[in-house]
Write a protein that binds this ligand. Structure first.
Ligand SMILES: [Zn+2]
Length: 481
């Protein structure tokens, strides 16, 4: 090649190479954060969420009669369809009232001032009495003939109980009766077995799928009801019925002489039930509830009910369409903490109420997301920067455990609430802060409402959402081996 031709060849090669580089560069996504969001959104269009099956579908019919002496008589029918791939030889229920009896408490080495009582009068499967076994909160019954996939069965229970005083959730509180988990709840079935863990006094050790409920009640004169019923008036009827669908459980509070504050927020009626002469505080609670409800509806998705009841009595706890607030581990909280508790329990309506997860095996998915969402509300109300450094400091001294272990692997709840919400926040330190977090939460909720998620599915979603090649970012706080 002569020198001129050689130069010409080199120049042409250079121009071709340059053109190629420019073309390839334009085809590849840009790495700036702005462009990343749109890439993520486009990517999410291809994403299909997976749900974990409950292994069954169930409808409950509950007839509740309360006597003047505080004794309850309940008839419950549960229609259960086996949606797993296995044939069942037995049925397994949680029956939590039985935890608070004298004999169960003795077995658990605990005492109550006034224990509850339980008397199971009858259990039948398709009308035929069965030999059930009731051991602590586990109620199991063998099936005379195995129940194959897709087959249905109807189970009837007739029982009586009285409430314990200083019980947990299922308790008598002053003159009020808190009926939480007061009926046999069918357990989830997965991996070839019933998913039923032993009862614990910390955390929620029961896990159910979404079910439909028809409830009728008959209570003595002088009481009113606040419950998961979406369409309640105050004072309630003494005898009534209601229906609520697609919920994990149903809660009924039977209350004596509450002070009630009602407030509307959009199409939701908020009712605060108080029991002290603290009208101003109850008004403030209704205001913080309205404010956070409005924010959550805007940022996450619609509140799933038309009514939100807040019973200011007992420990902070969420139930479908109703929450209790007031104390933590038996200690009453101050008014600021009380309002924070309202925001927290309200956020659970989305994360527990609509996005389901196993609260025993992976409590971080509801408690961590709820704490994360609660902070989102506070940060959105402040002009300050998100205090990442102080959040990291708070979890500095914790044992270096992942946040997604079962409840029995922790000594306290710092990992499930604190570390998990902080680690969720850390995902947004360099990914858009508050706005990045809001967008993420909305997308997550859009994909998983009325589904059950686990850690593995969360990581699959997050990798897709953030366009990550691997899960390294989660390995320091999630056990995903
Ligand atoms: Zn919580």
């Amino acid at each position: 090649m002569n020198p001129i031709r050689k130069w010409l060849f080199l120049i042409i090669s250079f121009v071709v190479l340059l053109t190629l580089i420019i073309v390839v560069k334009q085809l590849l996504p840009e790495k700036t954060s702005e462009a990343k969001v749109s890439t993520e959104n486009r990517a999410m269009n291809q994403f299909t969420p997976h749900t974990i099956s409950s292994g069954n579908e169930s409808q409950y019919t509950i007839q509740l009669v309360m006597g003047k002496d505080g004794k309850f008589h309940v008839d419950t029918t549960v229609n259960i369809k086996n949606t797993s791939n296995d044939s069942w030889e037995e049925l397994m229920f949680y029956f939590i009232p039985n935890i608070f009896t004298k004999s169960s408490m003795e077995q658990l080495d605990r005492t109550l001032k006034v224990p509850g009582t339980v008397q199971m009068n009858k259990m039948t499967v398709d009308g035929i009495p069965v030999g059930y076994v009731l051991e602590k909160d586990t109620l199991s019954a063998p099936l005379e003939k195995s129940l194959g996939p897709g087959e249905e069965v109807s189970v009837d229970f007739s029982y009586e109980f009285t409430l314990p005083e200083d019980g947990l959730r299922f308790t008598k509180s002053g003159n009020n009766y808190h009926l939480a988990q007061f009926y046999p709840m069918i357990a989830t079935y997965r991996n070839g077995q019933w998913n039923k863990e032993a009862y614990r006094f910390r955390g929620e050790t029961y896990h159910t799928g979404f079910s439909d409920f028809k409830v009728s009640y008959d209570i003595p004169e002088g009481y009113t009801i606040a419950s998961s019923n979406d369409n309640e008036v105050f004072p309630s009827q003494r005898v009534g019925t209601f229906q609520v669908n697609k919920v994990k459980d149903v809660f009924i509070a039977i209350l004596e002489d509450p002070l009630v504050i009602e407030k509307r927020e959009g199409n939701v009626s908020i009712r605060v039930f108080g029991f002290k002469d603290k009208e101003d505080l109850y008004k403030e609670i209704s205001e913080v509830a309205a404010e956070s409800l409005s924010y959550f509806q805007e940022v996450i998705g619609p509140y799933p009910f038309k009514q939100l009841d807040i019973v200011v009595d007992g420990l902070g706890m969420e139930y479908p369409g109703i929450v209790t607030v007031g104390s933590i581990f038996g200690h009453p909280v101050d008014s600021k903490s009380l309002k924070n508790m309202v925001v927290h329990e309200l956020a659970h309506q989305w994360f527990y109420g609509v996005v389901n997860n196993d609260p025993y095996k992976e409590a971080w998915l509801d408690e961590g997301f709820t704490s994360f969402t609660e902070k989102l509300f506070y940060f959105s109300n402040s002009d300050d920067e998100i205090p990442f450094e102080s959040m990291y400091k708070m979890i500095e001294g914790l044992e270096p455990l992942p946040v997604n272990l079962p409840l029995d692997q922790y000594e306290n709840s710092s990992h499930i609430y604190g570390k998990s919400s902080t680690m969720l926040w850390s995902l947004f330190e360099k990914r858009g802060g508050l706005e990045g977090a809001e967008k993420f939460l909305k997308t997550y909720y859009d994909f998983y409402h009325y589904k059950e998620i686990d850690t593995e599915e969360f990581v699959r979603f997050a990798k897709y959402y953030f366009n990550l090649e691997d899960a390294t970012e989660f390995e320091s706080w999630l056990d995903i081996q």
